[in-house]
Design a protein around this ligand. Structure first.
Ligand SMILES: NC(=O)c1ccc[n+]([C@@H]2O[C@H](COP(=O)([O-])OP(=O)(O)OC[C@H]3O[C@@H](n4cnc5c(N)ncnc54)[C@H](OP(=O)(O)O)[C@@H]3O)[C@@H](O)[C@H]2O)c1
Length: 334
């Protein structure tokens, strides 16, 4: 059995992208396994923009990662040895593994759960896990998607946005427009995923394209990015339009964050803008996962994965989310 663990710890709080100064690779002894504990080898890490927000010393929905602490992250790990009846050698577990090679799982703490049969490790972290369910509840619950809605999704070629656009189509949206960076991503969401149209925010005039594509306004905007794109969608909101605040990735590397100047559109158009965190839907996840798995099995929904090899490359993998170097879900194979 291994007795040493390689892990990435937060060395300094980043002010922009993470680098070797902010995240340090170190080796440590693995403790002896206690009663009820299992030792598991991390196989995949889920790379999520929220990890960057946890690195700031700012109030959030979870406490900030402490200096010297292993970087918090979701992942899938395989049990190597176990003192717990609920975990057998070879079981795949998912939960908060952190950026490290080995994790100690303890069923009493409920941080690591067994992967359901038939679900792959990578799907469990993406389309059937955090991203698919976030898209599902964000659209259907927070956004109260209705048949015939005109829907706009930003970050549309990413893990959450690509799922959101496809779910909106499956649930009867009249038109789904994706906003993404660059012609390749725009072509992918239209040609492969079935979005009705795409706006390349890096080259197009976003407000003008929104007016052209949504002449009656936007009924539901699923916001992954915040900033100028949120502002442009607010300006083009339909009467009683809804804005789902899923994320604001354009601001996660900024020290100063400002709100949208066009918020007055909510008053004039009797609109609603609401944020949510997927953790609030914990009890309802299985129902969403079942429906998503059905669509996936029938080929009605597609997902892409961008896999980075090696624990030591986790910081670069995180940065990909901010440079737009990914299409679909970013994972690290450890
Ligand atoms: N509320 C929740 O519970 C919850 C759960 C999961 C995720 N989220 C949020 O959902 C969003 C997407 O997360 P994800 O994991 O699916 O990541 P992702 O979309 O796979 O990757 C992030 C994408 O954001 C785009 N982006 C980066 N900087 C941008 C900017 N300044 N302006 C516009 N687009 C930018 C990039 O695509 P381009 O090439 O198109 O720029 C990049 O590929 C994030 O805001 C995240 O925090 C929220």
């Amino acid at each position: 059995m291994p007795d040493r663990n390689r892990r990435l710890v937060l060395a300094e709080r980043p002010t922009a992208m993470v680098d070797e100064r902010t995240v340090r690779l170190e080796e440590a002894d693995l403790p002896e396994l206690g009663d009820g504990e299992a030792l598991a080898k991390v196989r995949y890490l889920s790379i999520d923009p929220t990890i960057r927000t946890w690195m700031d010393d700012a109030p959030g929905y979870l406490p900030p990662i402490a200096i010297g602490e292993v970087v918090r992250a979701g992942g899938v790990a395989e049990v190597l040895s176990s003192n717990n009846d609920q975990y057998a050698t070879g079981d795949l577990l998912f939960g908060l593994t952190g950026w490290q090679e080995y994790v100690i799982a303890d069923s009493a703490q409920r941080t690591m759960q067994k992967l359901p049969p038939g679900v792959s490790a990578t799907a469990a972290l993406g389309i059937l896990g955090l991203n698919g369910t976030t898209a599902y509840f964000g659209l259907l619950d927070v956004g109260a998607l209705k048949e015939g809605d005109v829907v706009v999704v930003s970050g549309a070629a990413g893990a959450t946005g690509s799922a959101a656009g496809q779910i909106a189509k499956l649930k009867g949206a009249a038109k789904v427009i994706g906003i993404a960076g660059g012609p390749e991503k725009c072509a992918w969401i239209v040609d492969e995923l079935g979005f009705d149209a795409a706006i390349d925010y890096k080259h197009d005039n976003v407000p003008a394209r929104l007016r052209e594509l949504c002449p009656q306004g936007i009924d539901l905007y699923f916001d992954n990015v915040g900033g100028e794109i949120l502002n442009a969608c607010l300006a083009n909101l339909a009467m009683r339009g809804r804005i789902v605040l899923c994320g604001a990735i354009s601001s996660y590397n900024e020290s100063e964050r400002s709100g949208p100047s066009n918020y007055g559109a909510l008053i004039i158009r009797r609109g609603r803008m609401e944020g949510f965190i997927i953790l609030d839907y914990f009890d309802r996840l299985p129902a969403a996962q079942l429906e998503l798995a059905g669509w996936l099995g029938e080929g009605k929904i597609k997902s892409a994965e961008h896999i980075v090899q090696g624990l030591e490359h986790a910081p670069e993998a995180l940065n990909l989310l901010f440079t737009g170097g990914n299409t679909g879900k970013v994972l690290v194979r450890v």
